[in-house]
Design a binder for this molecule. Structure first.
Ligand code: MCA
Ligand code: AMP
Length: 489
């Protein structure tokens, strides 16, 4: 079934309910959202988008962008959202890889692809002349693609995780039940809508029940605190919670109507969890997910939420911890986290070999995360086998940054690592073998037009040589230990 058909059934039951409450603009009811989806759907058809076509979207967070997303899914197209921070060369890579029929962008873009401009205020060429006749959602099977979410691996070139209608439906059903979604819930939404967390977890839970979403354009701690009293649910990355704790007027009164605070995308420290409970009387509920698998495990809504753990496998999802051959390890031992279930993606877009490498013969997906499971079945993530930095909930692949640094004429070689950062949890540091001219400013200038800002090293350290093991491999763990404190200010 087309997941959109499920949403529409809920929307039709609640036409007068606020759908998108926009503190910076006009609010939309569900009736208005339905009309705008029809309009966006008509616009997509006018641009020639057909069933199975990819629609690449790099758009600011507006109600119109939400309508475009829902219209894509409704019309059987494959929605491909990308980070608004990406530079032109990064965007060109996605265009070449997914071959979109249409690129919906916030600004004009000069490339060999049809571009529809969706301005920040929702206007623009995209909408012009589109009639809004209601049409039925295109029939889709569980196995048909709804979206491609780009994520990288050790090679540093992003791969498109193919998510199906079945993946999305099963996950939203499981999450609404696990988190006890209620008819009177109001979601405070401050996450970007180009990742699984903001799009398929947060928005989907609200849309599945046609409950209101307070749509904040971006995360701003003061604005968030102001809106909290009329919300019941917040989903955020750990940086949201550390920033809330640093905000003087955030207290139990701000949370008086809050039912649950949910955290994910990066590790929530036990310290943050404890400080939050002390300040508000509420315990953050931590869960674990991935672009390839949507949500996998969650601490319980009722029952003990144990800080530092990501809880139990969600219903219908099998989680195991294995050795490198895929054999399940005894409880308590650290190994690879592997998953199987209706949430697990169909594979990487046009990369069957990569897909095959990451699945076991019995269908379990190897996540690249390392963890341990206790006797009760609670999972704790202890690290990552994949070379990945998670900074403020954004993934940065060291290889991608290293490859660009190595293009600098003054750089002989480089190693990019993640080190503790007080705001982002972890952030990027580059250790380079280079001549004197290379400093932070020079690196920022070089990366400027090539790489999204959040991937830029927050510190560049120059060294005479990189530590290597007997095989000649750079010992990143040594670098991580040596430079562990460089961003702790
Ligand atoms: C912004 N900057 C960052 C980050 N964000 N640097 C490192 N890491 C970051 N995450 C840099 C900008 O480049 C800029 O640099 C400066 O910080 C200020 O930028 P601004 O946009 O004002 O930052 P912000 O608005 O304060 O953003 C911080 C943020 C944001 C709110 C934490 O990064 C965010 O929304 N993160 C959530 C990401 C997310 O949704 N992740 C889910 C994906 P300069 O000053 O040098 O220009 S993972 C997922 O979906 C899986 C399935 C899961 O489990 O959830
Ligand atoms: P992404 O590729 O953006 O979907 O990021 C997924 C990765 O984020 C996972 O493989 C984990 O490494 C990490 N992640 C997600 N949730 C958590 C969490 N609660 N604790 C620690 N890491 C997490």
């Amino acid at each position: 079934m087309n997941i959109y058909a499920r949403f529409e059934t809920a929307f039709r039951r609640a036409p007068d309910t606020a759908a998108l409450i926009c503190p910076e603009g006009e609010d939309w009811t569900y009736a208005r959202l339905l009309a705008e989806i029809n309009r966006a759907g008509a616009a997509l058809a006018a641009w020639g988008v057909g069933v199975g076509d990819r629609v690449l979207v790099q758009a600011e967070k507006t109600p119109e962008a939400v309508a475009v997303y829902l219209a894509c899914v409704k019309s059987g197209a494959v929605y491909v959202p990308i980070n608004t921070a990406y530079t032109k060369p990064e965007v060109e890579y996605f265009i070449a890889d997914c071959q979109p029929a249409l690129f919906v962008a916030s600004r004009r873009f000069d490339a060999d692809v049809t571009v529809a401009v969706l301005d920040d205020d929702g206007a623009g060429s995209y909408w012009r002349g589109a009639a809004a006749a209601p049409v039925l959602a295109v029939d889709r099977a569980d196995d048909d693609l709804a979206a491609i979410i780009y994520t990288s691996g050790t090679t540093g070139r992003p791969k498109g995780a193919m998510l199906t209608h079945g993946n999305l439906i099963s996950n939203v059903e499981v999450l609404c039940a696990a988190w006890g979604w209620r008819e009177d819930d109001v979601l405070l939404h401050a996450l970007p809508i180009f990742h699984v967390h903001g799009l398929f977890v947060a928005l989907h839970c609200a849309f599945f029940n046609a409950t209101p979403v307070i749509l904040q354009k971006r995360f701003d701690v003061a604005a968030l605190v102001e809106e909290l009293p009329r919300a019941t649910v917040l989903m955020g990355v750990p940086t949201f919670y550390t920033r809330l704790l640093n905000h003087a007027s955030f207290d139990a009164t701000s949370c008086r109507n809050m039912r649950v605070f949910i955290s994910g995308s990066a590790p929530l420290t036990e310290q943050t969890s404890a400080a939050f409970e002390q300040r508000t009387g509420l315990r953050i509920l931590e869960r674990y997910g991935m672009s390839e698998t949507l949500m996998n495990t969650s601490n319980p809504l009722a029952g003990e939420r144990v800080a530092g753990t990501v809880g139990f496998a969600l219903p219908g999802i099998a989680v195991r911890v294995t050795d490198d051959d895929g054999h399940e390890l005894p409880r308590g031992e650290v190994g690879n986290i592997e998953l199987r279930g209706p949430n697990v993606f169909k594979g990487y877009w046009q990369r069957p070999e990569r897909t095959a490498e990451e699945f076991r013969a019995d269908g379990f997906f190897v996540t690249g995360d390392l963890g341990t499971m206790d006797g009760e079945g609670r999972l704790t993530i202890v690290g990552r086998a994949k070379d990945l930095v998670i900074s403020g909930g954004y993934n940065v692949y060291p290889k991608e940054v290293e490859a660009l640094l190595d293009e600098m004429p003054e750089v002989v070689e480089s190693a990019v690592i993640g080190v503790p950062h007080p705001d982002f949890g972890e952030a990027v540091v580059a250790v380079v073998v280079a001549d004197d001219g290379v400093d932070q400013a020079r690196v920022d200038r070089f990366l400027g037009q090539r790489l999204a800002r959040y991937k830029h090293p927050k510190r560049v350290v120059r060294v005479d040589e990189l530590p290597r093991n007997a095989m000649g491999k750079v010992q990143k763990h040594v670098l991580r230990e040596t430079y562990a404190d460089v961003l702790e200010t």
